[in-house]
Design a protein around this ligand. Structure first.
Ligand code: 9YT
Length: 129
């Protein structure tokens, strides 16, 4: 069994930051679950162009607010505590922070391996190990 407290992840190599996001990677590929599991913080007012070409991602909001724009349809969905979105078609999207920091629980399949950050398209590169 794996039991981890977010307090023991903050400030370690499992905490990764990029422009407009901080990701605390509670489960990685090496943990052997077949998916990775993160807490992600998106500050108020952030704007992220994302396109996980090589991963599927599910995201569940547990605090704060923001929105996601589906670039295939132009639709924008509001995000707040209790809302989940799943990028089941490797969907290109814009994630926007709202009026207060969003706290998101995210899972990636295949799992993120460590310290991935977004490339110029907003993707994490595939794991070729
Ligand atoms: C929601 C989202 O994709 N934010 C960017 C960071 C990512 N969730 C991660 O690596 O935790």
């Amino acid at each position: 069994m794996i039991v981890r407290d977010i307090k023991d992840i903050i400030g370690t190599e499992r905490e990764v930051e990029g422009p407009g996001w901080t990701s605390r990677r509670m489960l990685l590929k090496k943990d052997g679950m077949g998916f990775s599991f993160h807490e992600t913080i998106i500050p108020a007012g952030a704007k992220l162009h994302l396109w996980y070409k090589y991963h599927l991602e599910a995201v569940y909001c547990v605090g704060g607010n923001g929105s996601i724009e589906d670039l295939a349809t132009g639709e924008t969905h509001q995000i707040h505590d209790g809302v989940m979105y799943a990028l089941n078609n490797n969907d290109r999207h814009i994630l926007r922070g709202g009026t207060e920091a969003m706290r998101l629980i995210c899972s990636f399949n295949p799992p993120v391996t460590g310290r991935e950050v977004h490339d110029e398209d907003g993707a994490y590169l595939p794991d070729d190990s």
